[in-house]
Design a protein around this ligand. Structure first.
Ligand code: CA
Length: 493
């Protein structure tokens, strides 16, 4: 080995050592700092399509929600998987149509006393997926996905749970605690879900003092504070039960809506306002902890507004429970300062079933082939203002007593079967209120959509429970599972 070569070798070795030393800090940064976004999923209960400022409400004030929506992406055609609570939430958590997993009915009240089931354990909840991928996870508020231990939020992917397991709850702690204590002292075995104590990871909460919406907002802010101390991103599922009945609002909030004459509407407005105040508190917590910029906030309602209880879905037709637009097209937005810089309205149809695969994409999770999904990752489409499902259809189906209502969406078209009437067809782009039936001008379009809905219905499974429980008898007698008449184009009662 000549002298020059020796020098060259020494220089090379020194240089490579120097390079390694130099590149170390960069290596640490790219591998150890988790750059995946935090995700906050805020679900309201029975909030009407136009009961928020960002969707045109004239009488309800929602300044904090509006500030997020108007600096994010507002979905004007955002759907949920079902027009009422339980099945909609089952769809959200699993990414599956509720009918395909036996969850097409609400889990009935006080289910721990009789049904003793929850959403099938065969389905991995989005919370479990995110937890397995290293997210710190929390659920605050209403559960309604199974009230017995195997189905508890802590078993379904949530590190933290603060709230209640049933389908709803009263709002004023002094009132519900007094009723509960009285009934328990009287030896009542089954006490209505709405009165039960709140819980934290399975432990009864003793003496909560706040109006329920404020209580949940406070715990959500606490979760953000705790999450910010961890070296991992977080997922927070904040499921307010407001403005679901019972209509109960704080005096200070009611005063702000003196101008609303109808007492139901005024109380409802005050309840929505309390949610908005809570969202403001959550945003403050995110900003204080430096998490605001890197957090995707998704907001929606679990179904349409209950127009008999203060809500309005204008200009949509129908209400909670319906397969017309007002039943399951909901207020919805995305907000994420780091990635969404141009505020806009996104008009193509998306569904809450899309959130599961979309969150997986953002959290860099590869979903196994064995996991069935009924929605799709819409992130690229939403980011680029493209249609994620041109020509594809989405479905909604609600069983009533002895018949079923159905809705099908494809591009601008909506096929609707409701109240045992003949199938109708609407052009939602020209007629968002579903007023002008276009079926006689477009019979082939309607036929195609009804046929697809019939095929889709073949993927359904038997309900795991019924609500009310007595419905099981009707179901068997009326042969509901066969849907014989539902997809007959000429059938009406
Ligand atoms: Ca609901």
């Amino acid at each position: 080995m000549g002298y020059n070569i020796k020098i060259w070798l020494i220089v090379t070795i020194l240089f490579s050592v120097a390079c390694k030393e130099k590149s170390k800090p960069e290596l640490v940064e790219t591998t150890l700092v988790d750059k995946r976004p935090n995700i906050i999923l805020i679900v309201t209960d029975d909030l009407g399509y136009s009961d928020v400022g960002f969707n045109g409400s004239m009488d309800i004030k929602t300044p904090h929600l509006d500030a997020l929506a108007e600096n994010g992406i507002i979905f004007s055609s955002g759907y949920v998987a079902h027009p009422f609570c339980g099945p909609s939430r089952a769809g959200l958590m699993t990414g599956r149509y509720p009918h395909t997993i036996g969850s097409q009915f609400n889990i009935p009240s006080n289910s721990e006393a009789h049904v003793r089931k929850g959403i099938t354990l065969e389905e991995v909840f989005m919370s479990k997926m995110l937890q397995n991928a290293g997210y710190f996870t929390g659920a605050v508020g209403k559960w309604h996905l199974g009230a017995v231990p195997d189905y508890h939020p802590n078993q379904r992917g949530f590190d933290e749970f603060y709230g209640f397991l049933g389908g709803g709850h009263d709002y004023f702690p002094n009132e519900y605690t007094a009723k509960y204590t009285q009934q328990k002292a009287a030896g009542q075995k089954v006490i209505f879900d709405y009165l039960k104590p709140l819980e934290h990871n399975g432990q009864e909460v003793v003496n909560p003092t706040e109006y329920l919406t404020d209580e949940l907002s406070g715990k959500a802010a606490d979760f953000v504070e705790e999450a910010s101390t961890k070296e991992k991103p977080f997922f927070l599922y904040l499921a307010y039960n407001a403005p679901h009945v019972p209509l109960e609002a704080k005096e200070e909030d009611l005063k702000l809506f003196d101008n609303i004459e109808n007492v139901g509407r005024r109380t409802y407005a005050a309840m929505v306002y309390a949610v908005d105040r809570g969202v403001g508190q959550l945003v403050d917590a995110l900003k204080a902890k430096g998490e605001y910029e890197k957090t995707l906030i998704v907001f929606l309602s679990d179904n349409g507004g209950n127009t008999d209880r203060g809500a309005t879905n204008y200009p949509l037709k129908g209400r909670k429970g319906d397969t017309s637009e007002g039943g399951y097209r909901v207020p919805m937005f995305f907000h994420w300062p780091e990635k969404i810089n141009t505020a806009r309205t996104y008009e193509y149809p998306v569904t809450a079933l899309d959130f599961y695969p979309t969150f997986a994409h953002l959290a860099k999770i590869e979903i196994p082939d064995s996991k069935k999904l009924d929605g799709k990752n819409v992130w690229e489409a939403v980011s680029n203002n493209k249609n994620p499902r041109k020509d594809e259809m989405t479905f909604v189906l609600r069983h009533r007593e002895g018949y079923s209502d159905v809705g099908v969406r494809q591009n601008e078209w909506k096929a609707l079967k409701t109240n045992q009437n003949i199938w109708k067809l609407y052009d939602l782009e020209a007629d968002i209120g579903e007023a002008n039936d276009m079926s006689s001008e477009n019979p082939e379009q309607l036929k195609k959509m009804v046929k697809a809905a019939e095929l889709w219905s073949k993927t359904h499974t038997e309900p795991q429970w019924f609500d009310p429980i007595e419905l099981q008898e009707d179901w068997e007698e009326e042969e509901m599972e066969k849907f014989n008449d539902t997809f007959n184009l000429t059938w009406e009662k």
